[in-house]
Design a protein around this ligand. Structure first.
Ligand code: PAF
Length: 288
């Protein structure tokens, strides 16, 4: 496994593979890898003979006052975790390598609509940072496919839309959320939880399960009318367990719009703070 620190080193490897007709699967990460990330790598290795993983804590997707400075950077442990599981190159650039014209680039990728709802409402500019860095990474890595976790459901929808809008020749693959035994979605930010908060954290997933059960149990004609009440009950439940809930929203799973009569595939998305950790999760509900 090679570690590339520069765009040129990464491109040289990509050039060799393309010359040999080998396809490239890409897993973008911010490091501090856990079993959820490693499952993305396993999916990538099943997708293509060459696998690139990037490790880059992207300053552009953190708002002032967010955890950019304290975000856990664990490169040595990450490289150890990635060795021997089918990764060809780890791309671990410095900030100046990714933003050669300075940390406030004039050219950015900004998506309207999808980037402004749900997490975009409480983290203005966050998804602009994500789309900008992912577009740059796609230009540098030039992968045939890229694997993203479904835990970041809105991010995945945004990346799919960006790829379609900007005609990137990349197949975007969503990978199921990996969970701890008690249901908590794996996330690097779980380590911000105290021991007591960690015991409460799975309530986020349980709340989504209860909301999903309430949607499924509703007669079809009544679902639209019950959505607000189900969302509110979920928010109240999170508050009861010590969360500061940000939102619980039932949306169309494809468009993330408020579901219409014709929506058969729904997703329930939630975000909330528990102590110092901002946690997100989601659950699909398919109406039969
Ligand atoms: O999901 C993440 O870890 C990041 O948002 C990503 C896609 C690596 C972009 O920095």
């Amino acid at each position: 496994m090679e570690v590339a620190r520069t765009r040129d080193a990464l491109r040289a490897a990509g050039h060799r593979w393309r010359e040999a007709g080998e396809k490239i699967a890409f897993v973008p990460t911010m490091g501090n890898l856990h079993a959820g990330h490693l499952s993305l790598v396993t999916a990538a290795a099943a997708e293509a003979p060459r696998v690139v993983v990037s490790i880059f804590v992207n300053p552009l997707q953190f708002a002032p006052g967010e955890d950019f400075d304290t975000y856990p950077r664990t490169l040595d442990a990450d490289l150890e975790a990635l060795s021997g599981i089918g990764v060809d190159v780890v791309f671990a650039p410095a900030v100046a390598e990714m933003y050669p014209t300075g940390p406030d680039p004039a050219t950015r990728v900004r998506m309207t609509g999808l980037s402004d709802i749900l997490c975009g409402r409480s983290r203005p500019g966050h998804f602009d940072g994500v789309t900008t860095v992912v577009a740059k990474l796609f230009n540098i890595v030039q992968p045939d496919s890229a694997i993203f976790g479904e835990k970041d459901y809105q991010q995945l929808a945004i990346i799919r839309r960006m790829v379609a809008d900007l005609c990137f020749p990349v197949t975007v693959i969503g990978h199921p959320t990996q969970r701890e035994a008690d249901g908590l979605a794996m996330s690097s930010r779980n380590q911000y939880l105290t021991a007591d908060e960690r015991l409460l954290a799975p309530e986020l997933h349980r709340t989504l399960e209860a909301a999903a059960a309430a949607v499924s149990a509703s007669p079809e004609a009544e679902i639209a009318g019950r959505i607000v009440a189900i969302q509110q009950a979920a928010m109240d439940n999170l508050a009861r367990f010590g969360f500061e809930p940000e939102y619980v929203e039932i949306r169309d799973a494809g468009t993330l719009a408020v579901p219409g009569e014709e929506s058969r595939q729904l997703v329930i998305l939630a975000a909330g703070r528990l102590g110092a950790a901002r946690l997100i999760d989601n659950l699909r509900v398919d109406l039969i």
